[in-house]
Structure formats: structure tokens, C-alpha cells
Ligand binder design. Structure first.
Ligand code: IPM
Ligand code: MG
Length: 361
């Protein structure tokens, strides 16, 4: 199979971790007889430095013309980087929001898994983590507060800021369908998270999710208020399979869920549109403080590449090969510094990439 992949290395540790993901993908291509063509484009801070804006039409067009997009991370230190002196619509994050919208990537899948080998890193009490967990946050990504009308005005000398939270039933239905579809391939449970005791948008969310649930009689649906969900994630994470939620709640809960695994450097994500097209990126940020030191953990990006093979190309065998390589390398005791524990062997970003590529045999 010939795969055309647009790569957005981005900022901070982005270029280093994407290089390792390409290394592993190249190994997959050799082993399974595929051709992978990578085209690098700029986005975020790197694009600001080169073109004065975080996302160019050329980057959008190149991404649209590809079969899938593999991204590192974008953004810099918000207190020291000159990028954050620019108006909000010209900052690195605007590039990310812009490409999500331009490519219609409304479904964001963020798995949070407690790896047996890394159970030590889980910050929860042993009696809670012992149950293990494997959940997937299905976050709506192109609506809600992120894309509603916003403005800052001054009325009678008082500054006032307005952000608008809007969802229509079609936006809710299409993400709910994705959530139920994926639950069918997992443990068949959907926890729909909202704030229906306060927000109209949440009440609509709840009723549309219930309509969609009728087409999935095998899936158990429960509703949970977002504040309770934040609590349940640390109290009993094993109860969750698919968490289905809107944009802002998903942003917050997915950071919490990843922290609970204790290894944010391990968590992949996929952002999908209505077809098989997707943008794949690690759940973590650009970590500018450790950029260029060859100590970043490339595993989240490599697992994102695995998600790409699975979701955009239906190459399950190849994706399994990557996932198994990760498990194997962890079992052998290799760790980057973020997941290091006593008795293990510490390796850098490049060496971790090499080890994983070698396991694709
Ligand atoms: C994420 C990030 C982004 C978001 C930021 C960088 C705009 O936090 O992907 O979760 O809020 O969606
Ligand atoms: Mg976030």
C-alpha cells in the first residue's frame, strides 16, 4: 500500500519525537511491504517564524491532499516566548484550532491506559490502581466554546468578555455515533458527560445522545455530570470505557485522565473527520524546556502513528506490531527519563526510537 503522510513536526520536542515515529513507520513499511511518503509542513510557532502566521493555506492544502497527518506538538513557553506577545489569532494554538476546523476533525479520540509495566508511575493509591484501567475519551473537537463567537468589549468603562457555547443537534449526533461505534469495539459502555443541571447545550447533548443510543442496544449508556466525572476519574477510573463529551469538558478531563496514568509521555490521540482521514498527535504538549536534549519520550507519537495505521488505513497487523514493540521494550526495562524507575535502563529519545524500530521484525 502507498501511504502519503503529511508531517507537522511543530515546536519544542515536536521535531525530535516525529523523527522517531518516522523511523518506526519506515521499519513497518520495510517489514510489511508498504511505501510511506512523508511531506513535512510547518505549523504553530515554526510557521509564525517562517511566514508570520501559525497556519498557512499551503499547510492546509498539503494536509488535505494527504491520506493522513502525523503531528508532533506546537507552542512554546507562554510566559517567555515572543509568540505569546502576538494577538490571540496569530499565536501557535490558533494554528491547531484552525487546522482542526479546516479539516473538519470533529472527533478526538484520547485513550488513557494504565500500562502494567508502568503501574508504579500511577499517582493513585494502590488499591485503586490495582484494578487497572483502559478508557477512551471521545471529545467533540470543532464546536462548543472553542468555536463560538467571542469578543471583549468595554461598557461604561467596564471591560467585559464574552464566549459563546453553542451546539446543534447534528454536531452532537455525529460525535455520539462515533462514540457508540467505538464502544461496540471495546467494552460496550458509554459514559456521556455533561452539565445538564445547568446548561441548555448539555440538555440538548443528553437528549441527542439518548436518541443515538437507541441504535446501539448492546451498549450501556450512562450520563454523568462533569464535576462528578472529574471526581470519579481519581476515585474509580476502572468504571470507564468510552467517555463521550463536548469540547471544553473533553479538554480538561483528558488531561486529568492522562495524569492518572502517570505517563502522559505514553498517550496517543487521533482526530478524525467523517471519512477515514485523521490527524494523529501525542496528547502531551511541546515541552520547550526539554527540547533539543534528546530526552523526550517519543512513545506517545509512535503510538499515534499506530493509531493512524489502524484508523486511517485499516492496517491492524502493522498497528499491533507497533503496540507490541512498545510493550516489549517496556518489559525489557527501557525507559525515557519521564517514566524512569529504579532498576530500569534509561535511554534517550533517539535510542528509544531505535529500540522500537528494531522490534518491528
Ligand atoms: C489540547 C490542547 C489544545 C486544546 C490547546 C493547545 C489549544 O490543550 O489539544 O488538548 O485546548 O484543545
Ligand atoms: Mg488540552
Amino acid at each position: 500500500m502507498e501511504l502519503n503522510i503529511t508531517c507537522i513536526p511543530g515546536d519544542g520536542i515536536g521535531p525530535e519525537i516525529v523523527a522517531e515515529a518516522k523511523k518506526v513507520l519506515d521499519a513497518v513499511a520495510v517489514k510489511y511491504g508498504h511505501t510511506m511518503n512523508f511531506t513535512d509542513v510547518l505549523m504553530g510557532g515554526a510557521s509564525i517564524d517562517a511566514y508570520g502566521k501559525p497556519l498557512t493555506d499551503e499547510t492546509i492544502e498539503t494536509a488535505k491532499g494527504a491520506d493522513a497527518v502525523l503531528m508532533g506538538s506546537i507552542g512554546g513557553d507562554t510566559t517567555t516566548s515572543p509568540w505569546y506577545k502576538l494577538p490571540p489569532n496569530l499565536r501557535p494554538e490558533a494554528g491547531l484550532l484552525g487546522i482542526r476546523k479546516a479539516l473538519n476533525l470533529f472527533a478526538n479520540l484520547r485513550p488513557a491506559v494504565l500500562y502494567e509495566e508502568l503501574a508504579e508511575a500511577c499517582p493513585l493509591k494502590k488499591e485503586i490502581s490495582a484494578a487497572g484501567f483502559d478508557m477512551l475519551i471521545m471529545r467533540e473537537l470543532t464546536g462548543g466554546l472553542y468555536f463560538g463567537e467571542r469578543k471583549t468589549v468595554e461598557e461604561n468603562g467596564i471591560r467585559k468578555a464574552i464566549d459563546t457555547l453553542t451546539y446543534d443537534e447534528n454536531e452532537i449526533r455525529r460525535i455520539a455515533i462515533k462514540g457508540f461505534d467505538i464502544a461496540m469495539k471495546r467494552k460496550k459502555k458509554v459514559t456521556s458527560v455533561d452539565k445538564a443541571n445547568v446548561l441548555d447545550s448539555s440538555r440538548l447533548w443528553r437528549s441527542v445522545v439518548e436518541e443515538v443510543a437507541k441504535d446501539y442496544p448492546e451498549v450501556t449508556l450512562e450520563h454523568m455530570l462533569v464535576d462528578n466525572c472529574a471526581m470519579q476519574l481519581v476515585k474509580d477510573p476502572a468504571q470507564f470505557d468510552v467517555i463521550l463529551t463536548e469540547n471544553m469538558f473533553g479538554d480538561i478531563l483528558s488531561d486529568e485522565a492522562s495524569m492518572v496514568t502517570g505517563s502522559i509521555g505514553m498517550l496517543a490521540s487521533a482526530s478524525l473527520n467523517d471519512s477515514k482521514f485523521g490527524l494523529y498527535e501525542p496528547s502531551h504538549g511541546s515541552a520547550p524546556d526539554i527540547a533539543g536534549k534528546d530526552i523526550a519520550n517519543p512513545i506517545a507519537t509512535i503510538l499515534s502513528a499506530s493509531m493512524m495505521l489502524r484508523y486511517s488505513f485499516d492496517l491492524d497487523k502493522e498497528a499491533d506490531a507497533i503496540d507490541n514493540a512498545v510493550k516489549q521494550v517496556l518489559k525489557e526495562g527501557y525507559r525515557t527519563i519521564d517514566i524512569m524507575s529504579e532498576g530500569c535502563k534509561q535511554v534517550g529519545c533517539k535510542q528509544m526510537g531505535d529500540l522500537l524500530a528494531q522490534k518491528i521484525v
